[in-house]
Design a protein around this ligand. Structure first.
Ligand code: ADP
Length: 726
C-alpha cells in the first residue's frame, strides 16, 4: 500500500514536471522567436529630392524599406515608361499612389500617408490584390560602393529592375490572364548606386487571382554581411531542425519501446518529417523555383496534416471507446479520401494554388483535422490515462502549428511561425517521451529487482522443499522396505505356530488308535503354548502400531519407579525360587524416585527388559536391577532417574547392539529355542520416546548385557501429599 502511494506521487511529480518544462519552453522559445527572428532595422527618412535616405545605413544594420513606395495599381510598367509618363510632353500618364506602405494586404492598405497622383484624370478601377508596379528611389552615402537588397517575399511572378536594368525575372510577368506561371519569391540582390549615390528599384508584380500578389513584405537594405546574417540564421535554424529530426528518428527507435503501438511512432515521425520538409521548401530558402515550391509545400502540409490525424488516430487502442470504435473506419476513410482528393486536385491543376479560395479551402481541411484531433484527445482523456497531459497539450498546438502557415507579418520572419512551432513541439515531445521512457525504465528495473529477489527467495524455498521431499522419499522407501520386512516377519511368525497347531490337530484326528490321556495333554499343552505365542505376537503388533500412531496419547501421572520396579522384582523373584537363577533389586531407601509417566505403558517397559534378561541368561544366571538418581548434568537436564537391568547372559554381538531396538530384530545368538517376536524392544523404545526418556544397551557377547532406562525426574513428591490429607 505504501509503495503504491509512493508510485502515484512519483508519477504525479513527473507529469507536473513535464508540464512545467513544456511551459517554460513555450515562454523561452517565444521570447527567442520575437527577438532573434526579427529583422531589426529602422524606418528610413527622405532626402529633399524625394529619395529614401540611406546614408545613415553606415552602422551596418539593415534598414526596412517599409514606407515611401510608389505604387501603380494593376499596371505593369518598365522604368522607362514611368520616366516618360512624368515628362511634360508625356503621351500617357499613369495614376499612382505615393508614399505607399508595404503591407501584407497589398494595395488595399496603402498606409496613412498614401496620396493618389492621377494627373487630373479619374482613377481607374485597379482590381484587387497587390498586382502592379512598385517603385522606390534610394539615396546612398557616396562612399558606399554597393549594398544588398533583400526581398523576403514577393507573391507570384515578378521582374525587378535596378537602375533601369532588369535584374531578376521570376515567373512570367504579364497582364494576360491565361498565363499563370508564378511563384513566391525570396531574393537578395546586390545593387550598385549611380555616381551620385542613387538607386532606383522598380518591381513589376503580376498575377491575377492570388491572395498573395505583390511585394508581401517590406524589403530591407543593408551591407551584404548584415543580410547574410539574416539569411544564414534562417538556414541554420532549419539545419538544427533537420538534425533534431534525425536525432529524433534514432532516439525514437529506443523511445518507441514506451509506445503502446509501434504505428503511432511511425505516424509521429512522418508528421514531423513533413512539417520540417515544409520549412525546408520555404521560398526564403529558394531550394526550388517556380510552381514547384508552392505545389510541394502545399503537398507537404496536407501530408503533415494527414499524418497528424493518423498519429492521434493510432494513439488509442480499440475497445477504449465505443464511440470511436463505431466510427473508426468511417473517419479513417473520410480523412484519407479528403487528403487524396486535395492532393490529386492540386497536382492535376496546380494553378488552383493561386486562387484566394484555395487558402480558405486549405484552412478548412487543416482546421477540421486539427479540431477532430483535439476532440478525440479530450474525449478519450477520460478513459485513457497514459500520455494524457502531453496529448491534451499537443493536439491544440499541432492545429496551431498548421494554422501558423497562414500567419504573415509585416516584419517578415525568415524563420516562420510554423517552423518555430514544429521545433517547439518536437522538443516538447522528446522531453516527454524521454521522461516517460526513463520512468518506465525505472519502474521496470525496480520490478526486475523485486522479481529477482522473489525468484531467489522462491528458489531457496524450492530447494528446501526439494531436499525435504528427497528426505521424505528416502524415508518412505525405508518405511516401505521396513513394511515389507514386517509383513514377511509377521506372516512367518504367525505361520509357524499355526503350522504347529495344525500339525497337532492332524496328529490327533488321524490317530489310528485312541490317544492316551498323557499324549492328549501333551499335544493340547503344546497347542496352548503356540496359541499363547501367537496371541503375544498379535498383541505386540497391535501395541506397536498403536504406539506409533499419533493418536495414542500417554496420560502422565507421578509414578514411583522404585515401587513399580520393586513390585515386578517381587514377581520375578518368586518365579526364580527353586531355580538356580538369582535376581536382585537395589534402590535408595529414602527416595521413591518419582517420575511423570503412563503407568500401564511403563510397566510394559520394565517387564520387557526384565523378561529379556531372564530369557537370555542361562539357568544359573544372575540379574541385578538397580534404581537410582542419575547425576550426570548432561543427562535430561541433570535431574534424572535410572533403572539399570544387568545380566550375565548370552550378551549381544557388538555389531548388532545398535539394531536390537529395531522392529523384528533378533540377534544372531538369541537362540532358536528362545521364543520371541523381536518386537518387544521396539515397543519399549516407542514408549520411552513418548516419555522423553532414554534407553540404550551395553553388551559383550558371552558375558552379559546392561539395559539403561533413564527418565526425567518429576518435581512431584509423595511425601507432601499425606500432610495435605491430614
Ligand atoms: P525378542 O522377542 O526376540 O526377545 P526383543 O525385541 O525383546 O525381542 O529383543 C530383541 C533382541 O535383542 C532379542 O532377540 C535378543 O537377541 C536381544 N536381547 C534383548 N535383551 C537381551 C538380553 N538381556 N541379553 C541378550 N540379548 C538380548
Amino acid at each position: 500500500m505504501a509503495s503504491h502511494l509512493q508510485d502515484t506521487d512519483k508519477k504525479r511529480f513527473s507529469t507536473g514536471f513535464t508540464v512545467i518544462v513544456l511551459i517554460i519552453l513555450v515562454v523561452v522559445l517565444s521570447v527567442l522567436f520575437l527577438t532573434i527572428n526579427r529583422r531589426r532595422g529602422s524606418d528610413f527618412s527622405y532626402t529633399l529630392s524625394g529619395s529614401v535616405n540611406l546614408t545613415e545605413w553606415a552602422d551596418g544594420r539593415p534598414i526596412i524599406l517599409k514606407d515611401g513606395w510608389e505604387f501603380y495599381p494593376h499596371l505593369l510598367l518598365t522604368p522607362d515608361m514611368i520616366h516618360q509618363s512624368r515628362q511634360e510632353d508625356a503621351r500617357e500618364e499613369y495614376p499612382y499612389y505615393k508614399n505607399v506602405r508595404i503591407s501584407t494586404d497589398g494595395w488595399k492598405d496603402l498606409g496613412k500617408n498614401a496620396e493618389l497622383y492621377s494627373f487630373g484624370k479619374p482613377t481607374k478601377e485597379m482590381g484587387s490584390y497587390g498586382v502592379g508596379t512598385y517603385r522606390i528611389e534610394l539615396l546612398l552615402d557616396p562612399d558606399v560602393d554597393y549594398m544588398n537588397l533583400n526581398f523576403p517575399s514577393i507573391g507570384q511572378a515578378a521582374t525587378i529592375w535596378i537602375n533601369g536594368k532588369a535584374a531578376r525575372h521570376y515567373g512570367v510577368v504579364s497582364d494576360n490572364k491565361g498565363i499563370y506561371q508564378s511563384t513566391q519569391v525570396s531574393t537578395n540582390l546586390q545593387v550598385e548606386p549611380t555616381e551620385d549615390g542613387r538607386i532606383e528599384i522598380v518591381v513589376l508584380c503580376a498575377n491575377f487571382s492570388s491572395p498573395y500578389g505583390g511585394i508581401l513584405c517590406s524589403p530591407c537594405a543593408a551591407s551584404s554581411t548584415a543580410i547574410g546574417v539574416i539569411e544564414y540564421s534562417g538556414r541554420m535554424f532549419l539545419t538544427v531542425l533537420c538534425a533534431f529530426w534525425v536525432f529524433f528518428l534514432f532516439g525514437g527507435y529506443y523511445i518507441s519501446r514506451t509506445f503502446a503501438s509501434r504505428s503511432k511512432l511511425y505516424f509521429f515521425l512522418l508528421m514531423f518529417l513533413a512539417e520540417i520538409l515544409y520549412d525546408i521548401f520555404a521560398p526564403t530558402l529558394s531550394l526550388l523555383s517556380g510552381d514547384w515550391n508552392m505545389l510541394i509545400q502545399t503537398t507537404l502540409i496536407i501530408l503533415a496534416n494527414y499524418f497528424s490525424y493518423l498519429f492521434y488516430y493510432s494513439l488509442y487502442p480499440r475497445r477504449t471507446s465505443k464511440f470511436f470504435d463505431a466510427i473508426r473506419y468511417v473517419e479513417l476513410s473520410l480523412f484519407s479520401m479528403l487528403t487524396a482528393f486535395y492532393l490529386l486536385t492540386y497536382w492535376c491543376f496546380p494553378n488552383l494554388l493561386y486562387l484566394s479560395s484555395s487558402v480558405a479551402v486549405n484552412l478548412v481541411l487543416l482546421f477540421v483535422t486539427g479540431a477532430f484531433n483535439i476532440f478525440r484527445v479530450f474525449y478519450m482523456a477520460r478513459d485513457f490515462e497514459h500520455g494524457r497531459p502531453l496529448y491534451m497539450l499537443s493536439a491544440p498546438l499541432v492545429l496551431l502549428m498548421h494554422l501558423a502557415i497562414f500567419i504573415r507579418q509585416e516584419y517578415y520572419l525568415y524563420i516562420s511561425f510554423h517552423a518555430w512551432l514544429t521545433l517547439f513541439l518536437a522538443v516538447g515531445y522528446t522531453i516527454y517521451f524521454v521522461v516517460d521512457y526513463v520512468r518506465t525504465y525505472d519502474k521496470l528495473s525496480a520490478n526486475n529487482k523485486s522479481l529477482a529477489d522473489a525468484v531467489e527467495e522462491k528458489t531457496k524455498y524450492i530447494t528446501r522443499v526439494n531436499q525435504d521431499l528427497l528426505k521424505n522419499h528416502e524415508k518412505l522407501l525405508e518405511n516401505e522396505e521396513a513394511r515389507k520386512k514386517v509383513m514377511s516377519n509377521v506372516s512367518h511368525d504367525l505361520r509357524t505356530p499355526i503350522t504347529a497347531i495344525r500339525g497337532y490337530i492332524e496328529l490327533m484326528l488321524n490317530a489310528k488308535e485312541p490317544l492316551s490321556r498323557e499324549q492328549e495333554v501333551q499335544y493340547l499343552s503344546n497347542m496352548h503354548t503356540r496359541s499363547v505365542q501367537m496371541e503375544q505376537l498379535i498383541s505386540d503388533l497391535v501395541q506397536l502400531t498403536r504406539m506409533e500412531s499419533e493418536n495414542d496419547t500417554i496420560e502422565l501421572m507421578p509414578i514411583s519407579v522404585k515401587e513399580m520396579v520393586g513390585d515386578l522384582f517381587q514377581l520375578y523373584h518368586a518365579e526364580c525360587e527353586g531355580t538356580d537363577k538369582v535376581i536382585t533389586f537395589t534402590a535408595p531407601e529414602d527416595d521413591d524416585l518419582i517420575i511423570d509417566g503412563d503407568p500401564k505403558k511403563l510397566l510394559r517397559v520394565f517387564e520387557n527388559i526384565i523378561v529379556n534378561a531372564m530369557k537370555y541368561t542361562k539357568d544359573d544366571g544372575r540379574i541385578d536391577i538397580t534404581c537410582h538418581r542419575y547425576d550426570d548434568p548432561a543427562m535430561l537436564g541433570g535431574n534424572a532417574v535410572e533403572v539399570l537391568v544387568k545380566d550375565n547372559g548370552v550378551g549381544i554381538p557388538a555389531n548388532e547392539v545398535p539394531y536390537v531396538f529395531d522392529r523384528f530384530y533378533r540377534a544372531e545368538n538369541s537362540g532358536i529355542n528362545k521364543t520371541g517376536s523381536g518386537l518387544g524392544l521396539s515397543i519399549v523404545k516407542s514408549v520411552m520416546d513418548k516419555h522423553g526418556g532414554k534407553i540404550w544397551a551395553e553388551s559383550e557377547e558371552g558375558k552379559g548385557s546392561e539395559f539403561h532406562i533413564v527418565f526425567k525426574a518429576s518435581s512431584f513428591s509423595f511425601d507432601e501429599e499425606p500432610e495435605d490429607e491430614e
